[in-house]
Design a protein around this ligand. Structure first.
Ligand SMILES: [Zn+2]
Length: 706
């Protein structure tokens, strides 16, 4: 049925659109504009069905608005800031075979691979492919407004310099000392885009309690220091690597992975000796405040790379501790394995120290027995922990065995207790990510306290208030995504905005720092409005002083100043202003819902800081992640599909239908080959009927219409 091959029509129309410059958006005061955008795509791989899912939403909406008579501007740029691309180049330089194989599998020819040691070559290579795929997919982009976020596009770097100099001037970028999630291998803070795993995870502070032990302290760390009143013993991993160290002027006993964390968290650390956990098992340490000795016992659930690798055991309230203690009592051979008498743990009794309505004296014991949890490795133990924690935090009070704290609510006790204990010098603290974070370089990250680092002050309460107020006026699709925005605005903290490695724009006042990937991609939609003129007139970065951006975007400089400082022709500067005033504010922007927790919210914050009223974003759509045939898309898991492969297999129109059918709303979408194939068949049938109809009678034509 090749005569009814509708895919030929696809090319015909794409050529017609190009010839007619159908998607070029020019200022037209008689027409209402509508500005849409899709995130600048990252140039470290090919465009895949996940990109295409969101792209279809943007493109369908853009085309719909055009049909309603709007002058739609849909521009597209490219992202290459940060470590991912630079990392590939570095690994190839070192001759990394795994990296070579990954690139080969993704279709990079050998002739190109040699040039992949240059990160700018990598971004250029993928830019060409991405632009090809966008065009072939029929995405209605005005390509005159294209840019890349690297030294490949110096005028854009200048725009970012202006953005950061302005934020700094306004007090939104400050130097400070803050904990950040840190990659020890890259020697840089790890933003969401730099991570293989651990999106949205930030640092949390654990309280260290110092238990006198031998000539120093054994130092467990906890989020619930009040449970000191229920501690029955200490847990150590018998096979774990531990060390005796000098921390500032004290002796501490900690797991080996703790050393780097303490060093990175502003402590002076010297290693005195190293030992295996088993060597201190069976000994005793002393619980502070209560001044009672407790035994050090073996437990394999202890993770030596989490906090200090020392765990205080509160079996009445902590399910993990209860299970581990029960294991020792039921299987005394564990104790003999470590040279301890079989009855060594028998004298340990549960100590109840919180009373909570609806919970028994020993809630951990109750919940473990109810859930039928058999041993330390049962994953449901974590769930049980969360349940008790939440109930005790919201409804619990300290029992009479907690001395002067008896009767205090659990929700109030932490601050009071830490204050008292730090007066006595019995506490310290350690920061840890709230979950596992793996850098793109595959290193597991920890928390470092950075001194004198540049931060964006997203924690600023006044700025948050403005963001909430503006969000209330915005249209959010789907409506249930709004809550996630509210939450993110509330919880956002000051965020490191620069790294020391990778591609990007240097901080103009501190050039050893490079503006990181989520910080130079917040307001580039404004750059699109002037990018056509910059590209066509080949405007150089030195012709873009701060005054020109201040004039264009903020009305903080005059036309005369902008012309004088830039050296540009007044006509050009006026034209730029006209483009910005016409195409701004950004009407609609879409991306995956995971971006609510960073990019989308930064997009709102930064617009409020940098632009004037009437230029703030209006509509955001957050879509679910795409699954392929019901399974999560994953390059490493082999369940991935590039847009090119999709188009080659089904043609453009069937692929567009397939993507559009995949889903809508906040729920994850599922791309199905059967739907795409069926769409292709229907298109073929329609094409056949329409082709035949062309030669038929008027009556038949009317019949077809009906
Ligand atoms: Zn790294």
């Amino acid at each position: 049925m090749t005569e009814y091959d509708y895919t030929k029509v696809e090319k015909k129309w794409q050529e017609k659109w190009a010839k007619a410059k159908a998607f070029e958006a020019n200022v037209d005061p008689d027409k209402k504009k509508f500005t849409v955008s899709f995130p600048i795509a990252y140039l470290n791989g090919s465009i895949h069905v996940g990109h295409a899912y969101t792209l279809m939403k943007v493109d369908a909406y853009a085309r719909f608005r055009r049909m309603l008579g709007f002058n739609v501007m849909f521009a597209q740029g490219w992202h290459a800031t940060g470590q991912p691309i630079a990392g590939v180049a570095e690994r190839l330089k070192k001759g990394d075979e795994v990296q070579k194989r990954i690139l080969k599998q993704s279709g990079v020819p050998d002739s190109e691979m040699k040039k992949f040691t240059d990160p700018l070559h990598i971004s250029n290579y993928y830019k060409v492919l991405a632009k090809r795929d966008f065009t072939n997919f029929g995405i209605s982009v005005d390509w005159r407004r294209e840019f890349v976020t690297t030294p490949l596009c110096p005028p854009f770097n200048r725009f970012i310099e202006w953005q950061y100099e302005t934020l700094k001037k306004l007090g939104y970028v400050k130097k400070g000392t803050h904990p950040v999630v840190w990659c020890g291998s890259c020697q840089s803070p790890t933003g969401d885009h730099d991570r293989l795993e651990g999106l949205g995870i930030g640092p949390i502070e654990f309280t260290i309690i110092k238990f006198p032990f031998e000539d120093g302290y054994l130092v467990p760390a906890t989020l619930r220091p009040e449970t000191i009143f229920g501690v029955t013993n200490m847990w150590i991993h018998p096979d774990g690597n531990y060390a005796k160290i000098k921390v500032d002027d004290e002796i501490w006993y900690v797991s080996e992975p703790t050393i780097i964390k303490l060093q990175d968290q502003l402590h002076d650390v010297k290693v005195i000796s190293k030992f295996k956990g088993i060597e201190i098992i069976g000994k005793k340490c002393r619980a502070p405040i209560r001044n009672e000795d407790v035994k050090i016992l073996p437990a394999t659930f202890v993770a030596t790379d989490h906090t200090t690798g020392v765990v205080m055991s509160v079996p009445s309230h902590a399910p993990f501790d209860y299970v581990a203690l029960r294991d020792l009592k039921n299987n005394p051979e564990i104790l003999t394995k470590y040279g301890l008498p079989t009855d060594f743990a028998n004298d340990i009794e549960l100590i109840s120290m919180v009373s909570t309505e609806g919970l028994g004296d020993h809630p951990a014991k109750d919940i473990i027995e109810e859930m039928g949890i058999e041993n330390q490795d049962d994953e449901r133990t974590e769930e049980a922990t969360q349940t008790i924690y939440s109930k005790e935090f919201h409804g619990g009070a300290m029992r009479e065995n907690c001395g002067k704290y008896a009767g205090t609510k659990v929700s109030d006790i932490k601050d009071i207790l830490i204050k008292d204990m730090s007066k006595e010098g019995t506490t310290s603290s350690i920061w840890e990510p709230t979950g596992t974070v793996i850098c793109r370089c595959t290193t597991k990250n920890h928390v470092k306290i950075l001194k004198d680092q540049w931060f964006i002050t997203y924690g600023d309460q006044k700025w948050k208030k403005k963001a909430h107020d503006h969000l209330a006026k915005m249209t959010i699709y789907p409506p249930d995504a709004r809550q996630a925005f509210e939450y993110t605005i509330d919880w956002l903290n000051d965020k490191a905005c620069a790294r020391k490695s990778g591609l990007g724009t240097k901080l103009p006042w501190d050039p050893e720092w490079i503006v990181e990937t989520l910080s130079d991609s917040t307001v580039y939609m404004a750059y699109y409005t002037i990018a056509r003129i910059i590209n066509e007139k080949d405007i150089q970065p030195e012709q873009l002083p701060n005054e020109i951006f201040d004039y264009l975007f903020r009305n903080k400089a005059t036309l005369e100043e902008a012309v004088e400082k830039s050296g540009l022709d007044e006509v050009i500067v006026k034209e730029m202003k006209e483009e910005f005033e016409y195409f701004y504010p950004p009407d609609y922007r879409a991306s995956a819902k995971e971006l609510i927790f960073n990019h989308f919210t930064f997009y709102i914050f930064q617009h409020l800081a940098l632009f004037t009223k009437g230029h703030y974003p209006l509509e955001i759509e957050a879509n679910g992640m795409i699954m392929i045939e019901g399974d999560k898309m994953s390059k490493s898991g082999g369940n991935s599909l590039t847009l090119k492969d999709l188009i080659d297999r089904f043609g453009v129109d069937a692929s567009r239908f397939g993507e559009a059918y995949a889903g809508e709303g906040y729920a994850d979408a599922s791309f199905r080959f059967a739907d795409t194939e069926a769409a292709g068949k229907r298109l073929k049938q329609m094409f056949k009927e329409l082709t035949e109809m062309k030669f038929s009678t008027e009556e038949r034509r009317i019949a077809m219409d009906n």
